[in-house]
Design a protein around this ligand. Sequence first.
Ligand code: BES
Ligand code: ZN
Ligand code: ZN
Length: 523
Amino acid sequence: MKKKEIYFILSLVNFNFGNIESSIMAQIKFTEIAESNNNSFVILVNKHLKIEGEKARELDRKLNGAISNIINKNSFKGEIGEFITTYVNLDNNWNYIIIVGIGEDSEIDALGANKVGGAIYKAIEKVKAEKVSIAIDATINMKLSEAECAANIALGLLLKSYKFDKYFTKKTDKFDLKDVEIIVHKSKEAQDIFTEILPIYEATKFIRDLISEPSNRLYPKNYAEICDEKLSKLGIKVTILQPKDMEKLGMEALLGVGKGSRNEPRLVVMEYNGAGRDEPPVAFVGKGVTFDSGGISLKPALGMDAMKYDMSGSGAVVGTLYVLASRKAKVNAVGVIGLVENMPDGNAQKPGDVVKSLSGQTIEVLNTDAEGRLVLADAIWYCQEKFNPKIVVDLATLTGAIVVALADVYAGLFSNDDKLSEQLVSAGKKVGEPLWRFPLGKEYDKMIDSKVADVQNISNAKGGSSITAAQFIGRFVKEGCAWAHLDIAGMAWTEKDKPLAPVGATAFGIRLLNQLVSDFYEK
Ligand code: BES
Ligand code: ZN
Ligand code: ZN
């Protein structure tokens, strides 16, 4: 074969396997007067059935109150998520009118505005309106300025519009939103705020793409390379530890999990220095199990496919670093993610094996499916030794039991520090990623004492397995280090529509950690 042909084949391979992005984002424009000839109008109505925005009311007058009539004659209550669509004839053109409820507008904050954006997207998706104008000018009586409100509505709309459709080879009836024109006073200000918060969408999309990617396409090696490619550009220092590096250091706990897989593990270390001085960083550590078959303690077949999302904790860490660097946050932050595939083969780790962790503590591996905590044990220890961080927050899809306890309403929070816990709960509430704190303590800690090693990776007791999992991680947290563990197993993937996410990967944790930094750790 000639050289040229080889190149051609290589580039095809690269195209098929290397491209991790799904569909393109809608164009959003902020303007003071309607400029486009979009023939779909979104009209916002509060729960007192008041039409929001001067432009929208003007349109209603032009139509001799037709819109008011529709609103008042229906059972429409103006609650968020409600919508009615209709056609009107305006200047001899048929126009689509999409009336969307926004609830009690005086209660709308940034998250509320995001949710209005999500509700708008649901309505326009339903009627497949590809080019829409939304009137948000003045009048909306929110906790936000009009410009902030417009920008946050746009962000929510984008977050909700996410799709993972790259593997459809035939045309589907899927809907692609193309142009959104937001009519708002001070459009320049709205545009500036939007530019500031846009990294949140970019990071969320980036991470939802990674989480959605099946495990034959995303495995530790290329995941680590993607982190490097995406984050280095933003000024983040990315270091990738290879298996031999980890062997030398003594990370048997992490390496043990990867032993049964053809896909070798990686540890990715990401350093962002935005504080402008030498000070200890805040640290985020993530479980990045690109597929969790359970290993020799094999999982049942039913639902095993879901275990491609077992790297969501690491995704939250990568996404957070992306946002912090993009918006030039004044903070030093590090991210450490352990990337491993948990598979059963002739070389795989077996129940009863004993491994020596980086911390020096020995671990009896009683269940190879309790692998996340093994990965985190070494990643967290490495992170503390290397960076001596102010705080450590780890995120992991760690236990099925957390889903039994909290469903998809809260993520579990476990911590040795009340202040850090309060900060996390507060940040979570603000962004709609709520946390519920669980207890830790000696009684639980005893349950993971092993008969043959320093610690065992599961408890023999019946209940409390999310707590004993956290307790296990706690054994690898140094005295005096403020630490929190977030069990996000019930939040990282959704089977039902959420206000800011469609069915699928949510990328839970990015907005939460960004808010945590912004409210409590930025200068
Ligand atoms: N990745 C799973 C936890 C999980 C379950 C995440 C369901 C998302 C949805 C984890 O590695 C695991 O298998 N945990 C075991 C622990 C058990 C062996 C103590 C579990 O929860 O069953
Ligand atoms: Zn597992
Ligand atoms: Zn797992």
